[in-house]
Design a protein around this ligand. Structure first.
Ligand code: AHR
Length: 517
């Protein structure tokens, strides 16, 4: 089967914000305790941070990590997690029925972010606390000193402010499961008051308003319209969340998930344009897709009032990784409206990295994030794709090939991200650079396999791992690559003048590469 992808470096979808490759760390299960923070473990540093976990996350080059929740934040008092550890209280956590020891709090998180080379993205509790406590947290984190909470941070060892730029105004406040859930106008009022207080203390911060927690919500988009109309001038972003699942065990249907993600982003594009029009505003508000992932297999959400229980420890397979790749493709295609996206989550809880006391396991979904984060730089292009379709169950006819592309103006490199949703046929893909020619330095990396359910385990940790692929460059300057069935193929090429020579093989054929290459 054949497909063509035409690119024109002047035909752009939007600038690529690095924060599209962010993550999310919640006080949930073993994400913090036994995940990023494991004092006393020989693999931890003197602050208790697991060095193997930090190393794996550093390799993802995540620009931001959202914290501390999630549902957890809506009944969390950040003041419990600062100051001398011996005076910090243990509290019952309403969301996940666990005991929160509060030995890891905002100061530890800020220090951990520095270790991982990422920026903190802080959520405030607008469920059971309010604007005042949210502003106090901004003061604690961002003000230099000379006031109560800034001086408290200094007394706790933080001479320099944490400098938290991104702030979420609560979490999933549209959801009846959320502590402090309320109707949209009430949330909007609280969010607006909080925004004014918080920005009053630090005008440089950026704020994320709670949008719908999913497309399945009865109030989907209507909640978003109401809160945006109230808060349009106060915020930079509205959040979107989605968790995908293959509950009917229908791989063909599941692998068309990108269609749904595109639809959600198209919905938000329409809504944001509508509210902007109604407001006659010159401002723009963007989407922060600050929770996304596959999550449907593990619904162990009851911590039975213990500390750091195993919750939501989803095992990820190849088809899950290909769905994650489609999220990232969709974010790139909608780069004009999506500026932030956070894989939910990063360690142990629905996560690319699992820990045991003795080491870490890299799950399949780690790889697409690393491949995109490494190569999707500069501007997102708008590729024209021509290829076969397949029947994806109730989703109807869907293109086999899901594509996004980027052009890094600094290096001149073009990258393509090709997901072959088919389960049995490889695709011969011809890439036409629109009057330009591919240079000789071409890199191809492939994540694929025969079994959509293949997954890594402690016994077999590299069943799903990327391999090096190859491309052929024609005298017309076009590239030809094989995008294997059930596969993500990433192609990176410099652009050149059209070559004169005939067909030229580039790259080693499917040489096994390491996960961190
Ligand atoms: O990521 C797990 C949970 O999913 C988060 O706490 C919540 O925001 C969402 O419903």
């Amino acid at each position: 089967m054949k497909a063509t992808v035409k690119l024109d470096i002047d035909r752009r979808a939007g600038p690529i914000d690095r924060r599209l490759f962010g993550g999310f760390l919640e006080h949930l299960g073993r994400a913090v305790y036994g995940g990023v923070y494991d004092p006393g473990n020989p693999l931890s540093d003197d602050r208790g941070f697991r060095t193997d976990v930090a190393g794996a996350l550093r390799a993802l080059d995540m620009p931001c990590v959202r914290y501390p929740g999630g549902n957890f934040v809506s009944n969390y008092d950040w003041r419990d997690g600062v100051g001398p550890r011996e005076s910090r209280p243990s509290r019952p956590d309403f969301a996940w029925k666990t005991i929160e020891p509060n030995t890891f709090g905002v100061d530890e998180f800020a220090a951990w972010c520095r270790v991982v080379g990422t920026e903190p993205m802080m959520a405030v509790n607008l469920g059971t606390l309010g604007p005042r406590e949210a502003a106090d947290l901004v003061e604690y984190c961002n003000l230099p000193g000379g006031t109560h909470w800034a001086d408290a941070r200094r007394a706790n060892g933080g001479a320099d402010p944490h400098g938290v730029k991104l702030w979420c105004l609560g979490n999933e406040m549209d959801g009846p499961w959320q502590a402090g859930h309320c109707p949209a106008p009430e949330y909007a009022l609280k969010a607006r008051q909080a925004a004014r207080l918080m920005r009053g203390l630090d005008p440089s911060i950026e704020l994320v308003l709670c949008g719908s927690s999913g497309r399945g919500m009865a109030t989907y988009l209507e909640w978003d319209r109401v809160v945006l109309e109230h808060c349009w001038d106060e915020v930079e972003y509205i959040s979107a969340h989605r968790y995908s699942g293959n509950r009917e065990d229908d791989t063909a249907w599941f692998l068309a998930e990108g269609v749904e993600i595109d639809r959600i982003l198209d919905d938000y594009a329409g809504l944001l344009a509508y509210v902007r029009g109604v407001k006659k505003s010159d401002r723009r508000v963007f989407v922060a897709f600050d929770e996304w992932n596959v999550w449907y297999k593990n619904h162990e959400t009851d911590g039975r009032w213990t500390e750091g229980p195993s919750l939501l420890e989803e095992v990820y397979n190849l088809e899950d990784a290909l769905v994650c790749a489609q999220y990232l493709n969709s974010f790139l295609r909608h780069a004009d409206i999506v500026r932030i996206a956070c894989l939910a989550q990063i360690v142990n809880v629905i996560a690319p990295v699992l820990t045991s006391p003795d080491g870490i396991l890299i799950q399949s979904i780690y790889h697409p994030l690393r491949m995109f984060s490494r190569h999707a730089k500069g501007v997102s292009l708008a590729p024209i794709v021509d290829g076969p379709t397949y029947t994806a169950g109730s989703r109807g006819e869907v293109p086999v090939l899901d594509v996004s592309a980027s052009h890094d103006e600094e290096t001149g490199a073009v990258s393509l991200f090709l997901v072959n949703r088919g389960t049995s046929h490889d695709l011969d893909v011809e890439i036409d650079f629109g009057g330009r020619a591919a240079g000789t330095a071409v890199e191809v990396e492939v994540l694929s396999g025969d079994d959509p359910k293949a997954h890594n385990s402690w016994q077999a940790p590299e069943v799903v791992a990327p391999a090096r692929g190859s491309a052929v460059r024609g005298e017309d300057g076009k590239l030809r690559v094989t995008a294997p069935a059930l596969g993500l193929t990433v192609v990176r090429a410099g652009l050149d003048r059209p070559a004169r020579a005939g067909l030229q093989a580039i790259g080693a054929a499917h040489e096994q590469a390491t996960g961190n290459s």
